[in-house]
Design a protein around this ligand. Structure first.
Ligand SMILES: CC(C)(COP(=O)(O)OP(=O)(O)OC[C@H]1O[C@@H](n2cnc3c(N)ncnc32)[C@H](O)[C@@H]1OP(=O)(O)O)[C@@H](O)C(=O)NCCC(=O)NCCS
Length: 142
């Protein structure tokens, strides 16, 4: 567990006591809800190798998480800072906390419109990205 505080924002790497319904509502208000139920949101974070939450007054205002094999490959997803907290270094700090725990690994991610943000952290566009949804989005079994 890591907990550090800057400018009234606390960063932590555990998930104790998170109000997943409140987080889903905050994501929806920012149009960053991708359809997971509160329970699916919870499980996707719990099943991630690394997570970082940024909190203000006990509310989650930023998230980032990484899937990783712990050796060579990782994938960063759900990087989000609540709209009114943007542009004060919160996502940069969350990414630093994740990347600091992925030494030696190739980190992949996808973004539509935040390329400049990731380039500032050292990411570079790579030539081809391929992906598919297996079956129907968020439908876990037939
Ligand atoms: C992208 C996002 C996570 C950035 O969060 P943030 O907390 O505002 O980012 P920071 O304040 O830590 O920004 C770090 C640096 O990136 C820059 N930056 C931030 N957002 C940027 C963007 N969309 N495009 C280009 N540069 C950006 C900042 O100016 C800052 O630069 P500096 O260090 O030179 O001052 C946030 O805008 C967000 O949640 N967007 C919607 C969700 C999203 O698109 N997430 C990425 C999906 S993969």
């Amino acid at each position: 567990v890591t907990a550090t505080t800057t400018e009234n924002i606390t960063y932590r790497t555990d998930l104790a006591g998170v109000d997943w319904g409140a987080l889903k509502a905050a994501l929806a208000a920012d149009r960053f809800d991708n359809g997971r139920t509160a329970d699916q949101l919870c499980r996707s974070f719990e099943n991630s190798r690394l997570t970082v939450l940024a909190e203000s007054d006990g509310r989650v205002v930023g998230t980032a998480r990484a899937l990783s094999d712990g050796v060579c490959s990782a994938c960063v997803v759900d990087v989000w800072t609540q709209a009114r907290y943007r542009r004060r270094g919160i996502a940069r700090r969350m990414m630093e906390l994740l990347l600091g725990r992925l030494p030696g690994q190739h980190v992949y991610l996808f973004t539509d419109d935040s390329v400049g943000f990731y380039e500032k952290l050292g990411f570079r566009e790579q030539p081809v990205g391929l992906g598919m949804v297996v079956g129907r989005w968020l439908q876990e079994s037939a």
